[in-house]
Design a protein around this ligand. Structure first.
Ligand SMILES: [Cu+2]
Length: 153
């Protein structure tokens, strides 16, 4: 019983801590589709300031029925299609990984209630080393955003 209590206490403490010092998330925003599906895609930059590689292995949320790591690939007829990326992405030590429109993103399906422009929602990113990293995301494209915004490390 003591061990269980200790574990629970440790879990609460870990959850209350800010994001891992080695993982920084920036430029995050969420685009919500029109139509009945209430699907959305989240974009952001992950920076790993640590000395060892980390691995973004998953994402979760409390406001969508499904939350998945996705990317875009060109089908044989040239049409861009979204596919899930169950293996996630390696974030190299001292490097960045950019999730951006037309490329990698976090897909949210069956959002309820549908987030409105300007709402702030919480997405939890799960890293192999940094663990769960909650990220506050504003709904809507930031002013001046262009689809393939270059990001410098
Ligand atoms: Cu997608």
């Amino acid at each position: 019983m003591f061990a269980l209590k200790t574990l629970l206490a440790a879990g609460v403490v870990a959850f209350a801590l800010p994001a891992s010092a080695d993982i920084l998330i920036s430029g995050q925003y969420l685009i919500v589709s029109r139509g009945a599906m209430a699907a959305g895609a989240a974009y952001f930059v992950v920076e790993n300031t640590g000395a060892t590689d980390d691995h973004l292995v998953g994402a979760s949320s409390t406001f969508a029925a499904r939350t998945e790591l996705h990317t875009h690939i060109a089908s044989p007829n040239g049409v861009m299609q979204m596919v899930s990326v169950p293996g996630g992405w390696i974030i190299p030590a001292g490097g960045i990984h950019v999730l951006q429109r037309g490329g990698d993103h976090v897909m949210l399906m069956g959002m309820s209630p549908r987030p409105q422009m300007g709402d702030v929602v919480t997405l939890t990113l799960t890293f192999e080393k940094a663990g769960d990293v909650p990220v506050q995301i504003v709904v809507g494209a930031p002013a001046g955003t262009v689809p393939m915004r270059p990001v410098t490390p």
